[in-house]
Design a protein around this ligand. Structure first.
Ligand SMILES: [Zn+2]
Length: 400
């Protein structure tokens, strides 16, 4: 499984992830022949073969993963914990992700940076795209599932310390309440190439517009932990929907946001809408309970709730979010896939490596069947998962 993979497929449906004039993905029914050799896509061409019954799409990219496989990143940002989270999500179709820290102590954030530096020491093909610090600079009234004792005012010195420690070795994404920082501070964060999202916020329309002008990149989990949109105060939601620049992430599990909002966001934001899993430790396990900062969080019919009944992330991997966005958000399957791959790659500025299937690229893709079930995952040119029927299909197509 550690060797670079090779395969040849005939008559495969490929969700290329390419953009069209409308900004939306194509919904092509065309079939392709695809060859991957030594981990690199060598050939992709239109096919006259019969449909082989599977499809291929770009590997999914998740910018908000709190845990998985029983590991909770904020509690234990060790290398073992990170590897467990990545391995769990890769098997479920997310080939690359941002481990995400909830609001916590300064020391834990610095420990997370050190662990990620160690992961990147051996190359950038470890399945990690960077670090997402979700908090602790939040509006206290919009803390959501985060522990209130860590929520605090913006601390420039701490941010400088974190940026210095990372030293450009990997990407840093930060979610904070935009009303807590000045235009100059936003510009300073952007100079340091930080991906800056607004969230857990009470920002009014004017505050959001100032942040947008100063370089804010997007809004975290649209509708959750922010004021509702009203007639005279569109706020973070209205500014995100109206803007031609801001991205927004959304939790499409069917619980965090009403399906009507999924449909409105898909229509208004197009390729600026990104799906996230917001997955917690039980994702990819049969566990029904876990400890979140001393609170017991329990799994109830697909939802994770604390003792107060507050939603605390999800157990749903990103590929399931894609299927739900397709069903509840009423967008094509290809459009929903793009929200979890191409759109994310574009926001992160990594479209040259991820989000599209094209020749001469390192293979990073998922394989599904006609029921849209996941049957194979290839990350950074290596097999992560390959169901028996795919193995058999590959045996029939001899590459050499
Ligand atoms: Zn949150």
């Amino acid at each position: 499984m550690n060797m670079n993979m090779s395969m040849a497929l005939k008559g495969v449906h490929v969700y290329l992830g390419i953009e069209t004039d409308t900004g939306l993905p194509t919904n092509s029914e065309e079939l392709y022949n695809l060859e991957v050799f030594d981990g690199v896509i060598k050939r992709i061409e239109k096919s006259h073969s019969n449909a082989c019954g599977i499809w291929i799409a770009p590997g999914l990219l998740d910018v908000q993963v709190n845990g998985g496989g029983g590991a909770h990143f904020t509690d234990n940002p060790s290398i073992d914990s990170i590897k467990n989270i990545i391995h769990t999500h890769q098997k479920l179709g997310t080939t690359n992700l941002y481990p995400t820290m909830l609001s916590c102590s300064d020391q834990l954030m610095l420990n997370a940076v050190d662990s990620l530096l160690e992961c990147f020491r051996t190359g950038n093909d470890c399945g990690i795209l960077g670090l997402h610090l979700e908090g602790p600079f939040f509006a206290p009234t919009r803390h959501g599932a985060h522990h209130t004792s860590y929520i605090r005012a913006y601390d420039q010195q701490l941010m400088n310390q974190i940026v210095d420690r990372i030293g450009g070795a990997f990407s840093l994404m930060v979610t904070l309440a935009p009303e807590l920082i000045t235009s100059d501070q936003i510009e300073c964060l952007k100079t340091n190439k930080i991906i800056l999202f607004g969230g857990h916020t009470e920002a009014n329309t004017a505050e959001m517009q100032i942040a947008l002008k100063s370089g804010l990149d997007g809004v975290t989990h649209l509708h959750n932990a922010m004021p509702p949109m009203t007639g005279r105060n569109p706020g973070p939601i209205g500014v995100a929907l109206d803007s031609k620049k801001l991205y927004a992430t959304i939790i499409a599990d069917g619980f965090h946001v009403d399906p009507i909002h999924l449909r409105i966001a898909a229509t208004m934001l197009g390729q600026r809408l990104l799906l996230i899993s917001d997955a917690m430790a039980p994702c990819g396990t049969n566990e029904n309970k876990f400890d979140l900062d001393g609170r017991t969080v329990t799994h109830h019919d697909g939802r994770l709730l604390d003792e107060r009944g507050v939603l605390c992330g999800t157990v749903v991997p990103l590929f399931t979010m894609v299927r739900r966005m397709h069903e509840l958000g009423e967008v094509t399957f290809e459009h929903a896939l793009a929200m979890a791959s191409r759109n994310v790659a574009k926001m992160l500025g990594i479209q040259d490596r991820f989000g599209t299937i094209a020749s001469d690229r390192i293979a990073d893709m998922i394989i599904g069947n006609i029921e849209n079930e996941l049957v194979g995952v290839i990350s950074n040119g290596k097999w992560i998962r390959c169901e028996k029927n795919i193995e058999e299909m590959l045996k029939k197509n001899d590459l050499r």
